[in-house]
Design a binder for this molecule. Structure first.
Ligand code: SF4
Length: 578
C-alpha cells in the first residue's frame, strides 16, 4: 500500500534533547543513571532505557548517588531543590519551551498575579508549572471548570505546551468572559501546532490515518482526535505489532503521523510494515515486486550485486582481469562481510528493522553457509593473482569477521575503553569505504601497472561508499544512539552529517571533472557524476521530509550503486578505455 508520512511527526526538540542527554550520560557515566519520573510517554523508549540501566524514580529520594535526570516536562522548584539535596548529580533536561512558561509564571508571581493554567491537571508538565505559582493557581481542563474558578485581582492565563489551539481559545474566551482583564500567554509549543497542522493536511491526501505513539501520551491522542474529526478512520498504535492488517488492507493510501514522544525508528518500523501490507486495490505485480525487493535487501544480495557489477566493469575497464572474475571476487567478499557483520549488529537491527532481524534469524544457516562458500570462492580466484593480493584479501576477510567481536584482551579494554574494533568512533564507515575500494578496484586488477588512474578511481569509489554508508547511518541514528553505536551522525548529529555529506559529494563532483579539465579526461572518472547527482537529490529530498527511511528509500540508495555501475559500463563500451 502507499504510505504517506506527515510533514512533521515524531520526536520534538524537547523530547529529543531529553533522550539524547540521557543516552549520552549513560554512555559516559560510570555511575548509576536515573530519571525522575518516566522520561517520556513512550513505553518502548522507556523499556530500552531500562535495558541500558536507566532507573525511573517515582518518589523523591532522601539520599542518592549517581546522576538524576529531570525530564522534559520539568518539575516543581521544591522537587528540584530536594533532588539537589539528595546528593546526586542533577541534569536538568527540562525543555527550554517549558522553562519559558515556568519563567512567565515566576515573573508574574512576583507582582502578585494569580495563574490559570489551561491543561490536564495530572500531567507532569502542569504539575511542574503549578509548583511555580502555588498557592495562587488553578487548572482549567474543560469549560465546566470555569464555573469553579475563583479569582480576585490580577491574573494571567498560560497553557500546557501540548494544548490544542481550538480548546485553548475556547477556554480563554470563557475565563475572560467571567473575569475580564486577564493577561493571556499562548504558550502552545509550535512543535505541537506544526504536528497538528501536518495531520490536518495529511488527511486531505489519505484514506486512513495511523497514529504512532504511547497510549498515555496526550499529544498523540490529540493527533488521533484531529484525524477523526476530519472524518478519517484512525488506528492508534504503539508499535507495528498493534497494526490491524486486515482492516488496513481496505485502504489504498494510508497516512502516518506520530506523537512528540515517538522515536523515528518506531515510525520507520510502522511504515516498513504498512508498505508490505497489500491493499485490496493493489496489483499483484506490485506485491510480487515488493516481496522480491524485500528479499534482495534483507539477504544483502542487492548491495553485493551492485559491488559485483562494479567489480566486473572496473576489471574490464582497467584490463586487469575478466569481468566474471571481477564480479565473483567483489560479490563474494561483500556478500560474506555484509552478512557476517549483520549478525554482530543484530541488537541494533532489532530496533530499526525487526523484519530483517527475523529474516536473518530464520535463515541464519543458509546465509552464513553461502557467505563462507562465496568467501572461499573469491579467495580461490584471488590466489593466482599473487601472494600480495591474496594476503591482503585474507587480512581484509579476517578483519571483517573479527570487527564486531571482542578480540582485545581485558587489560587493553581497560586502557582503550573499547571492547571491539567497531566501537572506535566513526570507524565502520571509513573501513567499509576502504574495503569496497580495495576489493573492487585494487585486488581483482593486481598487479597495478600504473597508479594513475587506479588511486584516483579508488578515492572516488571510497567517497561514494562513504556517503552511501553514512546516509544509512543517518536513517538509523536514533536506534544507534540507544545501542551505543559510534557512527558519524551519532557523534556529530544528523544535520551536520547531512551537510558534511553534501559537501563531500560536491567535492566528488569536482574530482570527477578535474581530469577532463586538465586534459587527461578519463570517462571512468567522469562517469561518477550521475551517482553524485543522484545522491545529492536523495539527500535534498530526505532533508525536506519528502523521503523517509523505508525499504523504498534503502532500495533507492542501493540503486545509486547500480547507476554508478551503469555509468562505468557506458563509459567503458562507448568511449576510450584506459
Ligand atoms: S512539545 Fe514542545 S514544549 Fe513539549 S517537550 Fe516538545 S518541544 Fe518542548
Amino acid at each position: 500500500m502507499k504510505v504517506i508520512l506527515a510533514k512533521k511527526a515524531g520526536f520534538c526538540m524537547g523530547v529529543r534533547r531529553a533522550v539524547e542527554t540521557t543516552l549520552a550520560t549513560v554512555h559516559q557515566a560510570d555511575q548509576q543513571v536515573a530519571t525522575f519520573g518516566p522520561l517520556i510517554h513512550n513505553p518502548h523508549v522507556l523499556d530500552l532505557l531500562h535495558e541500558r540501566g536507566v532507573d525511573v524514580l517515582t518518589d523523591l529520594p532522601d539520599k542518592r548517588d549517581g546522576v538524576i535526570i529531570i525530564r522534559a516536562h520539568g518539575v516543581p522548584p521544591e522537587h528540584k531543590a530536594r533532588l539537589v539535596g539528595s546528593g546526586a548529580t542533577i541534569l536538568d533536561a527540562t525543555c527550554p519551551r517549558v522553562m519559558k512558561v515556568q519563567a512567565i509564571i515566576k515573573k508574574h508571581k512576583k507582582t502578585d498575579h494569580f495563574t490559570v493554567i489551561i491543561g490536564d491537571k495530572d500531567h507532569a508538565e502542569v504539575v511542574g508549572l503549578m509548583g511555580y505559582a502555588n498557592p495562587e493557581v488553578a487548572v482549567v481542563s474543560r469549560v465546566e471548570d470555569v464555573a469553579d474558578l475563583a479569582i480576585a485581582g490580577d491574573y494571567i492565563i498560560v497553557c500546557q505546551t501540548t494544548q490544542d489551539k481550538e480548546s485553548f481559545d475556547l477556554l480563554c474566551a470563557a475565563i475572560l468572559a467571567k473575569y475580564p482583564g486577564g493577561k493571556v500567554f499562548n504558550t502552545i509549543c509550535d512543535s505541537t501546532d506544526k504536528r497538528q497542522t501536518a495531520v490536518r493536511n495529511l488527511c486531505e491526501q489519505v484514506d486512513a490515518v495511523v497514529v504512532v505513539g504511547g497510549k498515555a501520551s496526550g499529544n498523540t491522542k490529540r493527533l488521533a482526535e484531529i484525524a477523526e474529526a476530519k472524518g478519517k478512520p484512525v488506528f492508534l498504535v504503539e508499535s507495528e505489532e498493534d497494526l490491524d492488517r486486515i482492516s488496513l488492507a481496505e485502504f489504498a493510501v494510508v497516512g502516518v503521523t506520530a506523537g512528540a514522544s515517538t522515536p523515528t525508528w518506531m515510525i520507520n518500523r510502522v511504515i516498513r510494515t504498512l508498505e508490505v501490507i497489500p491493499s485490496k486495490s493493489q496489483w499483484l505485480i506490485t506485491t510480487v515486486m515488493q516481496k522480491i525487493m524485500g528479499l534482495l535487501l534483507a539477504s544483502n544480495i542487492y548491495v553485493a550485486g551492485a559491488g559485483g557489477l562494479l567489480g566486473a566493469v572496473f576489471a574490464e575497464g582497467l584490463g586487469g582481469n575478466t569481468g566474471l572474475h571481477g564480479f565473483i571476487i567483489s560479490f563474494g567478499y561483500l556478500f560474506a562481510m555484509h552478512n557476517i557483520n549483520r549478525y554482530s549488529g543484530q541488537y541494533a537491527k532489532k530496533f530499526n528493522n525487526p523484519m530483517v532481524e527475523r529474516f536473518c534469524s530464520r535463515y541464519y544457516t543458509t546465509l552464513m553457509g553461502f557467505s563462507v562458500l562465496l568467501l572461499i570462492l573469491a579467495g580461490c580466484l584471488v590466489y593466482p593473482l599473487g601472494y600480495r593480493p591474496f594476503l591482503l584479501f585474507v587480512g581484509m576477510a579476517l578483519f571483517g569477521i573479527t570487527y564486531g567481536t571482542q578480540i582485545l584482551p581485558q587489560s587493553l579494554v581497560a586502557v582503550f575503553k573499547i571492547k571491539k574494533l567497531k566501537e572506535i568512533p566513526g570507524s565502520k564507515t571509513f573501513l567499509v569505504a576502504s574495503a569496497w575500494s580495495l576489493i573492487i578496484i585494487l585486488i581483482p586488477n593486481w598487479p597495478v601497472v600504473t597508479w594513475y588512474p587506479f588511486a584516483y578511481l579508488m578515492l572516488m569509489l571510497a567517497i561514494t561508499i562513504y556517503c552511501r554508508t553514512s546516509l544509512f547511518d543517518v536513517f538509523d541514528v536514533q536506534s544507534d544512539r540507544i545501542v551505543g553505536k559510534e557512527t558519524l551522525p551519532v557523534c556529530i548529529g544528523e544535520r551536520k552529517t547531512l551537510q558534511f555529506l553534501t559537501w563531500s559529494l560536491y567535492a566528488q563532483g569536482c574530482l570527477a571533472l578535474l581530469p577532463s579539465i586538465v586534459g587527461q579526461g578519463q570517462m571512468m572518472i567522469l562517469s561518477f557524476l550521475p551517482f553524485t547527482g543522484y545522491l545529492l537529490v536523495l539527500i535534498t529530498l530526505y532533508k525536506s521530509g519528502k523521503l523517509v527511511a523505508s525499504p523504498r528509500l534503502e532500495f533507492g540508495l542501493e540503486t545509486a550503486l547500480y547507476v554508478l555501475a551503469l555509468g562505468q559500463f557506458i563509459a567503458f563500451y562507448s568511449f576510450t578505455s584506459f
